[in-house]
Design a protein around this ligand. Sequence first.
Ligand SMILES: Nc1ncnc2c1ncn2[C@@H]1O[C@H](COP(=O)(O)OP(=O)(O)OP(=O)(O)O)[C@@H](O)[C@H]1O
Ligand SMILES: [Mg+2]
Length: 241
Amino acid sequence: MPGVVRILDLVKNYELEAVTVRALRGVSLTVDEGDFLALMGPSGSGKSTLLNLLGCLDRPTSGNYYLGEEDVSEMEDDQLSEIRSKYLGFVFQSYNLLAQYTVVENIEVPLLYQDRRLSEETQRRCVELAELVGLGDRLDHRPMQLSGGQQQRVAIARALVNDPHLILADEPTGNLDSRTSDEIMHLLAKLNQAGKTIIMVTHETDIAAWARRVVRMRDGHIESDEPNPHPNGHIALVTRH
Ligand SMILES: Nc1ncnc2c1ncn2[C@@H]1O[C@H](COP(=O)(O)OP(=O)(O)OP(=O)(O)O)[C@@H](O)[C@H]1O
Ligand SMILES: [Mg+2]
């Protein structure tokens, strides 16, 4: 399978007034299509920094980043935002929904940035995405009328609207109780089984147990990179006789 993500010796320094914070000190990583990766590690180890670079929300100090065939490490801002909207879907801990918009309108938001009127077909697709995440009966509700888990499901549907190659999630269950976290992880596992590549930051071993691969960071380095042979939510193939 082709590599979706390939980073080589990625370095990120934050220059503050008096000091340089070395957030990533040379990270190399390849993620194949269909993988589901949990990024773990102590606070300050560089997880969000790495996810932001992978999401083309920031640029590395040095190193290379290939997303599919494209070398994005040298791109200008407008090229990066095009890459983001074409290839990437984001899910954040805090959902980041627009309060005045309905469920369907929130799902449509990434399409509005592309500055074109939404066709009926596109609008129908947004309704289908709402149904996919189990919110078919909440289409006209606003975020305040939804539970945390439902809001995160809207955010996941929104992340899918451009049919991204890669979904990036920073602590997607960080604000949710354990039962609701399970629902969200079921949904992400289902998307992964349907072929979506996912990179997810989490602090929790229970949440990382849903991923196919666990990468641990420490002090801006990758400390370990292990496959998870039995990810949660993975539907085993049953052999019939
Ligand atoms: N915008 C910034 N300016 C300066 N330093 C930053 C900035 N963002 C992060 N850092 C520093 O870079 C290092 C890595 O931070 P990062 O946010 O990537 O850690 P993290 O692993 O996501 O931690 P947490 O688990 O607490 O979210 C930390 O030392 C942090 O203080
Ligand atoms: Mg973080």
